[in-house]
Design a protein around this ligand. Structure first.
Ligand SMILES: [Zn+2]
Length: 231
């Protein structure tokens, strides 16, 4: 039975391509980006069972042995769990910087609202931003590493789901997230909701709120996607 596809951002800081991975459980050695970087996938299958001959059943491999990882992105031991999973930091030419501390689980994000509050509410006059707008799921994966999984919209009571009006964008790419997209974000990725941009800083790359804010302040601004305005 086919599983849902996932979309990852290439881990090569010079590349950052978005890669759609169908049947991620088949990519046991990771997914090789056109740039050559091997991206380990968040959804990894359990190790193959050992047969009586002592040789494991080999799962279908994505890469030939010629494509074996060369060093970048190799599987390593899980890093120690950070004290804080991460932060979302407003990094925008028009909006005052604001820092939100993420928690494990579902983090909803949107414009300040009394009637439809999000977990993390941005003080902003951005009329293109929904209340709430998107959800960032922070989860410990099977390798013991935190995943940061973005989707447009928010879950409502009774199993309903509501997408945002104007869409969610990642890293300045023009393509709006589809309703069913789940984007595995990397440290330093930019989320755009409305015309407001936020940068993800993970607890693996910063030790404190102050350090996370400083690192984001030192970054360049991501470009702003404007294609949903005056459609
Ligand atoms: Zn790449």
């Amino acid at each position: 039975m086919p599983t849902q596809s996932i979309i990852i951002t290439c881990g090569n800081p010079q590349c950052r391509k978005r890669l759609q991975i169908n049947e991620p459980e088949k990519f046991t050695k990771g997914a090789k980006c056109p740039c050559g970087y091997i991206n380990l996938l968040p959804v990894m299958p359990p190790p193959p069972p050992v047969t009586s001959s002592g040789i494991g059943e080999r799962p279908t491999a994505f890469q030939s042995d010629d494509d074996a990882p060369t060093g970048l992105g190799q599987r390593v031991q899980a890093p120690p769990q950070p004290a804080t999973p991460g932060w979302l930091i407003v990094k925008d030419e028009l909006t005052e910087s604001q820092t939100f501390t993420l928690h494990i689980g579902s983090n909803t994000i949107g414009r300040q609202s009394v009637d439809n509050p999000a977990n993390h509410m941005i003080t902003s006059g951005d009329k293109y931003m929904s209340r709430p707008h998107c959800t960032l799921d922070v989860r410990l994966n099977k390798m013991g590493v935190l995943d940061f999984i973005l989707q447009d919209g928010v879950a409502l009571p009774k199993g309903a789901y509501k997408n945002s009006l104007n869409g969610t964008y990642v890293n300045g790419k023009e393509t709006r997230l589809h309703a069913q997209d789940r984007i595995y974000l990397q440290d330093g990725d930019t989320i755009q909701i409305g015309i407001t941009k936020l940068v993800l800083k993970t607890g693996y790359s910063a030790q404190s709120t102050q350090q996370a804010s400083q690192k984001v302040a030192d970054m360049d601004y991501e470009r702003t996607v404007m294609n949903f305005i005056n459609r």
